[in-house]
Design a protein around this ligand. Structure first.
Ligand code: NAD
Ligand code: ZN
Ligand code: ZN
Length: 408
């Protein structure tokens, strides 16, 4: 019966609101579901009524046709919701709890989960380590840009907010805990950001802006954000960041103008494989640009946090090497400077509780930093379009108008 609705990817540039079955505690077949996952029983799962679910730059890679995502896949990995049913194997999460869902799906039982590496859980995706809701190659767990969604291993995966009224009052901040706030924070932590650091963050999309707010929270002395989108650079300046327009040339010179030296202590790639070139190449896609430039601008002995996504299959890449994710990385430079690199999915669970406390106690204004913008489910196609065109907004879908902010 169609008593759920969600956002489906319908081919390059196209998303649609579609009718869906109400979720059950079983992983059903559908577009992109790994055959070995079909019929998987989920007594440890919970059904959530979605409170908020955000559109992400990671979704855009799929919607732009830059991944092998199949048509029909239901999108959405940034989920906050109210538990409306807890499976028979769920002990501690209760009906009525309002929870943040880490975008990584993890079992809590495997070697990697036990090491808190929940971005590469071994038991939830037969294709490869690591999984997520509504994402290509991630096992086929249905996405949460919908009215209802099923969450496996609910006791392990869900972060319960302590107070319902307080949670709803701060929901636009708390909704960022499912992905971009921990991801930006992880980018900074893995780049070694601490008190007094100088930091360069490539990319002023929601992840870059979340990284910038995180760098401030961690005590950085100077936070510099680079992009070629003026609105997004203005957004970064609105909360005290220095900015660099990479269309004016390589970041190194502009970093020198800001800091008096051409290098920073720490660097974060919040762009990924759809990176533009610098200077006169700014309108051209050059997937290795950011990684190479971060090695140039990071001090010897420094570290690069790389939350920006790199793929193993890109049908839209300019050359054959890039089609399988091989890029011209100048690793010799990074080696000569003894750089450390941290890549991969952010293990959200490592950070979400502390960042929730920072939000609840007003230590950070993350919704404001990323310009959270509420839309209804029916407006999601417009949200995708505007975000793709570079709007300096983080679109938050509120399918049941819980915030009261959805335009009629
Ligand atoms: P986004 O597409 O909104 O932002 C990317 C920004 O990079 C854009 O504003 C673009 O103009 C800018 N850009 C392009 N080339 C640049 C260059 N050479 N230098 C500086 N800026 C440049 O995406 P987002 O939502 O902010 O996400 C950023 C990346 O992080 C994406 O690749 C996304 O898939 C990835 N991501 C990873 C994780 C993780 O767990 N690792 C989680 C969430 C998102
Ligand atoms: Zn995301
Ligand atoms: Zn696991």
């Amino acid at each position: 019966m169609a008593n759920n609705r969600g956002i489906a990817y319908k081919g390059p540039g196209k998303v649609e609101v579609v009718d869906l079955e109400y979720p059950e505690l079983v992983l059903k077949d559908g577009p992109g579901v790994n055959p070995a996952n079909v019929g998987r029983q989920v007594p440890h799962g919970a059904i959530l009524k979605i409170v908020t679910t955000n559109i992400c730059g990671s979704d855009q890679h799929m919607v732009r046709g830059r991944t092998t995502a199949p048509e029909g896949i239901i999108l959405g990995h940034e989920i906050t919701g109210e538990v409306v049913e807890a499976g028979p194997g769920v002990e501690f999460i209760k009906e009525g709890d309002i929870c943040s869902v880490p975008f990584n799906i993890a079992c809590g039982r495997c070697r990697n989960c036990k090491e808190r590496k929940t971005g590469i859980c071994l038991n939830v995706n037969p294709d490869r380590p690591g999984s997520a809701y509504g994402y290509v190659d991630m096992g086929g767990w249905q996405g949460g840009q919908a009215e209802y969604v099923m969450i496996p291993y609910a006791d392990w995966n869900l972060l319960r907010f302590p107070d319902r009224d307080q949670a709803l009052a701060k929901i636009l901040d708390l909704t960022m805990l499912s992905d971009i706030f921990p991801t930006g924070y992880h980018g900074c932590v893995s780049a070694g950001v601490t008190t007094g650091s100088t930091v360069y963050i490539a990319g002023a999309g929601p992840v870059g802006l979340a990284a910038a707010a995180s760098a401030q929270l961690l005590g950085a002395a100077v936070v510099i954000v680079g992009d070629l989108n003026q609105d997004r650079l203005n957004q970064a300046r609105s909360f005290g960041c220095e900015t660099i327009d990479v269309s004016q040339g390589d970041p190194q010179d502009q970093i020198e103008q800001i800091l008096g030296e051409p290098e920073v202590d720490c660097a974060v790639d919040a762009v990924g494989f759809e990176a533009r070139g610098h200077g006169k190449d700014a309108q051209v896609e050059q997937p290795a640009t950011v990684l190479n430039s971060l090695m140039t601008v990071t001090r010897a002995g420094g570290a690069l946090g790389i939350p920006g996504l790199y793929v193993t299959g890109d049908p839209g890449a300019a050359d054959d090497a890039a089609k399988v994710g091989s890029l011209s990385i100048r690793l010799g430079l990074g080696w000569a400077k003894s750089h450390s690199f941290t890549t991969g999915q952010c293990p959200v669970m490592k950070y979400n509780r502390q960042l929730m406390m920072a939000i609840l106690h007003d230590r950070v204004q993350i919704a404001k930093a990323v310009n959270a913008t509420v839309i209804g489910l029916d407006d999601a196609p417009r949200g995708y379009r505007e975000f793709d065109q570079g709007a300096s907004r983080k679109y938050v879908i509120d399918p049941h108008n819980v915030t009261g902010k959805v335009a009629a």
